[in-house]
Design a protein around this ligand. Structure first.
Ligand SMILES: CC(C)(COP(=O)(O)OP(=O)(O)OC[C@H]1O[C@@H](n2cnc3c(N)ncnc32)[C@H](O)[C@@H]1OP(=O)(O)O)[C@@H](O)C(=O)NCCC(=O)NCCS
Length: 157
């Protein structure tokens, strides 16, 4: 995929993920996450069976980003399970658009808290969440498979 320059005015289209998007979503997962990649069965479950909000961002018809938010019955907390943007399309606001779109939908649905975990070394993600009004709630020791700690972020909706 051609790299999109920072400052580009390309606007992503954000829409709910469909079954036909599976190959593109899996490809994106592999590119964006190394050790923590979700496998086909997991993505299939999250897309087709789980109570979730699963959105994709597309640019010129190509899927370049996705967000998966886990929802639970009778619980007012919505938790981001995965967020990624193709390396060629970073820093042009796609991650922000996915977050903003999700937040609007969750607010309409009546959710009160929006939460997520980010690696202590994942500065890009931490800056994105802080810029969207999230704050650090606590540190979770050895959260990731590789033993890295995570920060739990929260935003009141
Ligand atoms: C984190 C990620 C989703 C950000 O997506 P993105 O589309 O590039 O984000 P945006 O363009 O909307 O950036 C919004 C803000 O986030 C911060 N940010 C994003 N990337 C950054 C980076 N590489 N370094 C520092 N800050 C960064 C900046 O504050 C940025 O605003 P600015 O560009 O005006 O300075 C993307 O880097 C990614 O997919 N990373 C790999 C997967 C991952 O770590 N997901 C999160 C798991 S918790």
């Amino acid at each position: 995929m051609r790299k999109v320059a920072r400052g580009s005015s390309l606007k992503p289209r954000i829409r709910p993920a469909k079954k036909e998007d599976m190959p593109a979503i899996l490809g994106l997962e592999k590119i964006c996450f190394k050790e923590e990649t979700f496998h086909k069965k997991r993505i299939e479950y999250l897309l087709l069976k789980a109570k979730s909000l699963f959105l994709v961002a597309s640019v010129e018809g190509d899927i370049v980003g996705s967000i998966i938010i886990l929802l639970r019955k009778h619980i007012s907390n919505a938790r981001i399970y995965s967020l990624n943007v193709h390396p060629s399309c970073r820093r042009i606001g796609i991650g922000s658009s996915l977050m903003e779109h999700s937040e609007k939908l969750l607010t309409k649905m009546g959710y009160r808290n929006f939460t997520l975990e980010a690696g202590v070394n994942n500065i890009a993600a931490q800056n994105l969440y802080t810029s969207k009004g999230f704050s650090v709630d606590r540190k979770i020791k050895k959260y990731y498979k590789n033993g890295d700690d995570a920060l739990r972020f929260i935003k009141k909706l």
